[in-house]
Write a protein that binds this ligand. Structure first.
Ligand code: GTP
Ligand code: SPV
Ligand code: MN
Length: 618
């Protein structure tokens, strides 16, 4: 081990594991990451030399790089993602499953010699502030230097983590791109393997990922640890690991409310977390705790407290602009790694939506010459729809002063949303905790480019956690219902939909900064100051209950946005039934009761409208 000082690895298990993995994967070198700036710069320079990274123009984008992946390795691979619990039914119908020893045998076969010719990097990392009681330590072994530099931004890595770890246990995260190099063989620009496995062993807290170098498949602290293994730990230990942003909202009176919101991948978390209120509401101030993951635990005062276990943002690039998300644009002004966006002539980056007019020519994400004319003819995008930026959270202008507070922040409201062209109104307050859990459990959303597969198809995505819940969804719903009973002040639960479309297929809601109007009403409901009307599915604002200063909105338009249409909801309930059917062996009883009562309320609306029709005809 070339850089290993005598006392660098006090952890007996870590020593043993490094030896075991290197015996299996046969790397050319082993390198223990110290997490320093010098190390980061050195790795970046090496990758520029090898062609994996392009250094961006330091006058335009200091300290920043562009990586272009293999066109086959651009998103999470849900079909190749497995939860290998001992019992199949513990993984649930929401996960792919394989017997742990069978999977290990398969992986051992794939991993044999898979790091040949490469350096094996050992990255000790902390999810959450180093040394905080709420934090968890993992070690990722990887043969990808791209993973090392991304992990340094997304988590806290290096020697200081080893110091805190001492001889304690840690989550084993093993990653290989699965592309060994024979002597004299030229490396690919983005090494990866057609065969991919993203596997989790919840009982032994192990993650093994093979074949992909991209995002959630390879940065194992994120979805694999903080969500899939994290959700298993949370279930056993009485906390929650969620696919949620956390933001702080300071009212014009100076009162601060923290809210956590779960939207599926590429459905607006980063944008909502960094929201800038519209000019007419600039007496509100939004601050950012996190944009993707929340760990939530009961506090001594009977409230739920949340931390962001990450240290950076791995955000969707397309659609990000000064108009839609100025804070993100400022965050990524320097020290940022871009993946699969386009390169401009002057050495900067571009993606669809960054500016209204695209540059005259570009190198697109596949390394090909691109002009707006070519795009018109061929439909080729300059940036991949799931292209991303990796940037330190500390660079975000709206970062909350408590973002690294180990105690977390108290949550006043949970918000659940999805991408729905129809059916789901702009905002709904659910009737109580259990009804809120039902709402979150049954949300649907159109699929996006964040995962490989068809885009735009509505699927159930409970709690925006379908790809991330590491155990049976029925048990997960029951765990959520229990958590509400464990605290004396459970947050109110709301549903939102920024993506309803009109008959012409246009978004009906302006979204982005204007979402402040919905957030103001939500906070008003939490504080008991805002009014609402009752609907079959919960409570909703009347037109007059929301602030429309500075936004053209007629009462008729608002009614369309807020419509709860009985026919649409009948179909929605049928889709919910498909989910219920799949999970029925482990669903809480309360769940079915709530399903029935929603149906009954719609039936009585049907009866009421029939009788009013009859009275009209009399
Ligand atoms: P992950 O990182 O994949 O978990 O996604 P995310 O939920 O953080 O998604 P993000 O905020 O990056 O948004 C994804 C896409 O949705 C971007 O193209 C945004 O421009 C778009 N978007 C975000 N908020 C809104 C909104 O309020 N309205 C509309 N119409 N689009 C939005
Ligand atoms: C998501 O898909 O929800 C992401 C991106 O946040 S990734 O880390 O690639 O999973
Ligand atoms: Mn995400």
């Amino acid at each position: 081990m070339q850089n290993l000082k005598n006392d660098a690895l006090k952890n007996v298990e870590l020593n043993r594991w490094i030896q075991e993995v290197s015996d299996l994967t046969q790397p050319a070198k082993i390198y223990i990451c110290d997490g320093s700036q010098e190390e980061y710069d050195r790795l970046c320079n090496e990758m520029v030399t090898s062609g994996l990274l392009t250094k961006l123009n330091p006058n335009k984008r200091p300290g920043s790089f562009l990586a272009l992946s293999d066109p086959s390795d651009v998103a999470r691979v849900e079909d190749c993602t497995f939860i290998c619990s001992k019992e199949k039914n513990d993984a649930g119908p929401n996960n792919n499953w394989m017997d742990p020893s069978e999977m290990k045998t398969k992986l051992n076969g794939l991993m044999k010699g898979c790091m040949k010719g490469r350096t094996m990097y050992v990255i000790p990392f902390s999810m959450g502030p180093i040394g905080s009681p709420i934090s968890q330590i993992g070690v990722e072994i990887t043969d990808s230097p791209y993973v090392v530099i991304n992990m340094r931004i997304m988590t806290r890595i290096g020697s200081k983590v080893l110091d805190i770890l001492g001889n304690n246990s840690f989550v084993h995260c093993l990653h290989s791109v699965g592309a060994p190099l024979e002597v004299g063989q030229k490396d690919m620009k983005w090494p990866c393997n057609k065969t991919k496995y993203i596997t989790h062993f919840p009982e032994t807290k192990e993650i093994i990922s093979f074949g992909s170098g991209y995002g959630g498949n390879a940065l194992l602290g994120k979805k694999c640890f903080a969500l899939r293994i994290g959700s298993n730990m949370g279930k056993t230990e009485g906390w929650l690991a969620e696919h949620m942003l956390i933001l702080g909202a300071e009212s014009p009176k100076g009162e601060k409310t923290y809210v956590a919101a779960a939207f599926p991948s590429a459905c607006g978390k980063t944008n909502f977390a960094m929201l800038i209120p519209p000019p007419a509401m600039n007496d509100w101030k939004i601050t950012t705790i996190g944009d993707d993951i929340a760990w939530i635990k009961p506090g001594k005062d009977g409230r739920l407290y949340a931390i962001n276990p990450e240290a950076g943002y791995f955000g969707v690039a397309p659609g990000t602009s000064l108009k839609t998300n100025k804070n993100a644009i400022l965050t990524i002004a320097k020290n940022t790694i871009f993946t699969n966006v386009a390169l401009t002539e002057d050495g900067d980056v571009w993606w669809e939506g960054l500016t209204d007019t695209p540059p005259e020519k570009l190198i697109d994400w596949q390394g090909q010459f691109w002009t707006p004319e070519i795009a018109k003819e061929t439909g080729r995008k300059a940036a991949h729809p799931n292209s991303r930026f990796t940037a330190p959270a500390s660079q975000c202008p709206s970062v909350d002063s408590n973002w690294e507070n180990p105690e977390g922040v108290p949550i006043g409201a949970f918000i659940f949303g999805g991408r729905r062209a129809t059916t789901i109104p702009l905002v709904t307050e659910t009737k109580d905790w259990d009804n809120g859990v039902y709402w979150a459990a049954t949300i649907g959303s159109e699929t996006t480019a964040a995962a490989v597969g068809a885009v735009g198809q509505v699927r159930r995505d409970p709690f925006a956690m379908l790809p991330f819940c590491g155990y049976h969804m029925g048990d997960y719903f029951a765990h959520w219902m229990d958590m509400g009973k464990k605290v004396s002040h459970p947050p109110k639960i709301f549903g939102v939909n920024w993506f309803r479309k009109d008959a012409a297929g246009k978004f009906m809601w302006a979204g982005y900064g204007e979402n402040m109007r919905v957030l103001e009403w939500i906070i008003g409901r939490v504080n008991g100051t805002a009014k609402a009307a009752e609907t079959e599915i919960g409570f909703a604002p009347h037109f007059a209950d929301m602030n429309w200063n500075g936004l053209p909105m007629t009462e008729a338009q608002f009614k369309e946005l807020s419509k709860v249409d009985a026919a649409e909801w009948n179909s929605e309930l049928k889709l919910q039934d498909e989910l219920i059917e799949k999970l029925k062996d482990r669903l809480p009883k309360k769940f079915l009761e709530i399903r029935k009562s929603i149906q009954t309320r719609f039936e009585s609306r049907g009866a009421a409208s029939k009788s009013s029709l009859m009275s009209m005809s009399l």
